[in-house]
Design a protein around this ligand. Structure first.
Ligand code: FE
Ligand code: FE
Length: 394
C-alpha cells in the first residue's frame, strides 16, 4: 500500500531544514513520497508584512524540491484558497487516494498543540501522525507524554528523529536582510528571491535617514528587545548632548547596537564566516557574545555606517582600551537606559552625567563581577579596558 507523507507549512521561504526533514521522514517512516503543501492562509499565524504571495511561495517550493526523489509539491491549499485547514486537506487527499496510508508530518510545537487545531478527530480518522523530534532536553518528555495520551484515544503517532539544521524561517529572513542566507537555501531559491526582489533583498539600506532606518531596524529585532533599543537610542542621544558628542552618531549607534542580537549563537558564527571575519578563540567559545561584532559588521556593510558608529557597536559589550567618547556613551547607555533595573543602576545614572569615564568603569566592574559569580571567562578586551581605566582614573 502506498504511504504518503503530508508536510504542510508556510514555507516563507522554504529552506534546507524543510527539505532535510522531509527526506528524514521518507527514510524513517518508509514513505513512498512526501507532499509539500504551502498554505494559502495559515490558521495559526499571520505572515509578516512584505511576504511573498502564495504563488511565489509555491514557486520557491518547486525549486527547493526540484529532482529530489520522493518530494512532490502540491497546490491543493492554494487552489482551495481561504484559511488552509489541515482537516480539509487531509480529507481531500483521502478522497483522491482511497487506498493509501496518509501520514501527517509536523514539528514538536504543532504536535503539542494538536488538540487546539480545527477538527483534530477528523484528521486522525484519515491519517496517522509523524512528529519531528529534535531530541532536545524537555522536548522528548513532553512529546512522549502527548504521544501516550493520544495513543490511548486510538491515534497512531510515530516519531522522526530530526537532525537539526539550525535555522527557522524567521531567522532566515533576518539572514536574507543581512545578505548571508545562501548556505540555508536550496539551489535556485536564492536566485528566485533575488530575481523577484523578495524579503529584504529589494533595497539598498546604506546611509538611510534616521526616520527610514528605524522601522527597518525595529522589525529585524526580537519584539521583546524593541523597548531596550529605543531606550538605548534616547539615552545615548541625551548623553551625547550632555558631553558634546555627535548626536546623530549616538542615535544611529544606539538604534543599531543590538541589530543581530536575535540571531542564535551558531548562526552568529555563520554570519562571521559570510563576512570573512576570522574569530578569536574566545569568540568561538562564547558565540553568544558575538552580537556586538556581527552587529558592527552589519552596521558597516548593510547600513553603511561611519567608522565611529561601527566601532561603538563593536565594543558595546566588552569595552576596550582607549575608548572614544562615543564608545563610552554607547556602552553606558546600553547599561543604564530606562528599562534597566538592577542594584546600582541609579548610581550609574548619576555618574553618567558627572563623569562618563567613571560610569563606564563602574559598568565594566559590575559586568566582570557578574561574570565571576557565573564562573564565566572575561574577554581579553574587557581586561584591557579595565587596565586602561584603572590607569586613566587614578
Ligand atoms: Fe548588546
Ligand atoms: Fe543592548
Amino acid at each position: 500500500m502506498e504511504r504518503i507523507g503530508i508536510y504542510g507549512g508556510t514555507f516563507n521561504p522554504p529552506h534546507v531544514g524543510h527539505i532535510q526533514a522531509a527526506q528524514q521522514a521518507i527514510d524513517a517512516l518508509k514513505l513512498d513520497k512526501v507532499l509539500l503543501i504551502p498554505d494559502w492562509i495559515a490558521p495559526h499565524k499571520e505572515l509578516p508584512e512584505n511576504s511573498p504571495t502564495p504563488q511565489q511561495r509555491l514557486d520557491m517550493l518547486h525549486l527547493a524540491a526540484n529532482n529530489r526523489p520522493g518530494l512532490e509539491v502540491s497546490d491543493i491549499e492554494l487552489r482551495r484558497e481561504g484559511v488552509s485547514y489541515t482537516w480539509q486537506t487531509v480529507a481531500q487527499l483521502r478522497e483522491e487516494n482511497p487506498e493509501a496510508e496518509l501520514v501527517l508530518l509536523m514539528g514538536t510545537d504543532m504536535f503539542l498543540s494538536f488538540h487546539t487545531w480545527c477538527h483534530p478527530e477528523r484528521i486522525l480518522e484519515n491519517a496517522s501522525l509523524g512528529v519531528f523530534c529534535r531530541g532536545e532536553k524537555g522536548e522528548v518528555e513532553a512529546i512522549s507524554r502527548k504521544k501516550a495520551e493520544m495513543e490511548q484515544q486510538g491515534a497512531v503517532v510515530n516519531l522522526v528523529n530530526n537532525e537539526v539544521v539550525p535555522i527557522s524561517s524567521t531567522q532566515l529572513r533576518r539572514l536574507l536582510a543581512f545578505r548571508c542566507a545562501g548556505a540555508f537555501l536550496p539551489d535556485g531559491v536564492l536566485d528566485y528571491i533575488r530575481e523577484h526582489r523578495l524579503y529584504d533583498t529589494r533595497t539598498d539600506w546604506k546611509n538611510l535617514p534616521m526616520e527610514q532606518l528605524e522601522p527597518i531596524v525595529l522589525r529585524l529585532l526580537n519584539p521583546n528587545r524593541v523597548r531596550h533599543v529605543l531606550g538605548c537610542r534616547d539615552t545615548a542621544v541625551d548623553l551625547a548632548r550632555h558631553w558634546g558628542a555627535d548626536e546623530t552618531d549616538a542615535a544611529r549607534a544606539g538604534i543599531l547596537h543590538d541589530i543581530t542580537k536575535a540571531i542564535d549563537g551558531p548562526l552568529q558564527l555563520t554570519l562571521c564566516e559570510a563576512y570573512g571575519k576570522i574569530l578569536s578563540d574566545f569568540s568561538k567559545k562564547y558565540p553568544k557574545t558575538l552580537h556586538a561584532l556581527t552587529g558592527s559588521l552589519v552596521a558597516e556593510r548593510i547600513f553603511g555606517e561611519n567608522a565611529a558608529v561601527v566601532s561603538a557597536i563593536e565594543h558595546h559589550t566588552t569595552g576596550k582600551a582607549d575608548m572614544s567618547l562615543l564608545e563610552k556613551i554607547i556602552y553606558v547607555a546600553d547599561y543604564m537606559e530606562p528599562n534597566r533595573d538592577f542594584p546600582g543602576v541609579e548610581k550609574l545614572r548619576e555618574l553618567a552625567y558627572s563623569d562618563i569615564t567613571a560610569a563606564l568603569k563602574l559598568g565594566l566592574e559590575m559586568t566582570l563581577e557578574h561574570l565571576k559569580r557565573q564562573g564565566s571567562e572575561v574577554s581579553p578586551e574587557s581586561r584591557e579596558a579595565l587596565a586602561w581605566l584603572n590607569e586613566s582614573c587614578k
